[in-house]
Ligand binder design. Sequence first.
Ligand code: E4P
Length: 215
Amino acid sequence: MRIFMDTANIDEIRRGAALGVVDGVTTNPTLVAKEGVQYRDRIMEICEVVDGPISAECISTEYDALVEEARRVAAWHPNVVVKIPMGEVGLQAIKTVSAEGIRVNTTLVFSANQALLAAKAGAAFVSPFVGRLNDAGHDGMEVIREIVAVFDTFNLPTQVLAASIRNPRDVTEAALAGSHVATLPPAVLFSMIQHPLTDKGIEIFLNDAKKYTPV
Ligand code: E4P
């Protein structure tokens, strides 16, 4: 499973990239607004740090404007993947720009039916929001499993990108469900490294290593 970082914070992205296990980055208007930077500037900075798909979200709500925005955003950098929200206009725009070779990440996906439509429109990724589904009383991971099963059944090339991940267990569950990608808030990524038994084991080994002459 590929691991993306779900943040627009450049310091966290640099720290994550240094681990050597980050394959891409997803952003959204809320994440960029938190940073107090211009969207394009931040996406260009991220592209310098991570060599992989970098999702940048479109905000137009009319078909013509959305298609024009998607083309403009996609031209920022070859690694940019255009995020388009699920919906009637969104699907039409996904169909148009995907046919032009622009990679689309369909965002705000909450059901297998929405994912199927996005895949049929040609989206490169669909982003089911696991945490927000759970918050609303649904089973977010079950939606991931359903989408993976549908895409597998019909050999659809669209990748499932588990989004709105809230804790390390979600990552394990997404991997077990066969999600192609999970996008993680920095805190979740860094907490995956930790285990109390690892810390304890290191402490014991370092103490025992004092009992002999190092090579
Ligand atoms: C996905 O690409 C979104 O940016 C993100 O995962 C949303 O997560 P949230 O529900 O924690 O805001």
